[in-house]
Design a protein around this ligand. Sequence first.
Ligand code: AMP
Length: 282
Amino acid sequence: MKVVHTVKETRDQVREWRKQGLTVGLVPTMGFLHEGHQSLIAKAVEENDKVVVSVFVNPIQFAPNEDLEAYPRDLEADTRLCEATGADLIFNPEPEEMYAPDFSTHVDMEQVSEQLCGKSRPIHFRGVCTVVSKLFNIVCPDKAYFGQKDAQQLAVIKRMVRDLNFGIEIVGCPIIREEDGLAKSSRNTYLSEEERKAALILSKTIKLGQEMVEAGERDSKKVVDAMIKNIETEPMAKIDYVQAVDAVTCQEIDTLKGEVLVAMAVYIGKTRLIDNFIATVD
Ligand code: AMP
């Protein structure tokens, strides 16, 4: 497995594979890889001849008050995980390789990016859409893999691919959790021992919401209110949002019907964690 740092090296390698008639899968990540990322890479390895993993902490999706500098990085460990999982290439550019000093083109999205995380992170999805478009143009994969953990991001990318005619199949992969239920995240490393325990309120609340929907509750306000009440039992938790939306459009819904996404962002201390569930409701 190779680790490269430039767009040119990546393009040259992919061109070589294409000449041999091989298919290519892409797994975009910000690194500090864990079993969540690994499940995406494993799926990509299963479905493609060659797999590129991008490891890039994308500065333009972080607001000035967010954790760009603190975001954990460990390329050596990432390389080991990618190699063990069967990836073929890591693309690990420096920000300067991706963004010229006079970089001036962005991909902006309406609707899907406006609710949920879009409310509290107004520039986030512009940064995500822009960097993912660049990665798609650099790697030109047949398929690209994204986790359901970031359910709104997955919906945003699907919409972008449809709207801008990227000829790429987007594959969504289920949330991988710790044994006690906490969704795996590179940001979990920020949590102190006490916060790590408190963070369980997210997955417990997801379970509560899921059970209400399974038991037949169709009033989204009732589900969301019960979830909020449950989170409020944890003194270390501060709610950013809990919302029920249509899973495709990410627009808020009053009645749970069709494919619905119930998602939350909650601060545990200074760490902002997200979790969600998707339900198909008649
Ligand atoms: P990140 O490095 O956090 O930007 O994540 C890169 C990709 O891995 C995104 O598509 C995430 O949704 C996905 N991912 C992160 N954590 C998990 C998880 N616990 N389960 C499944 N996918 C995940």
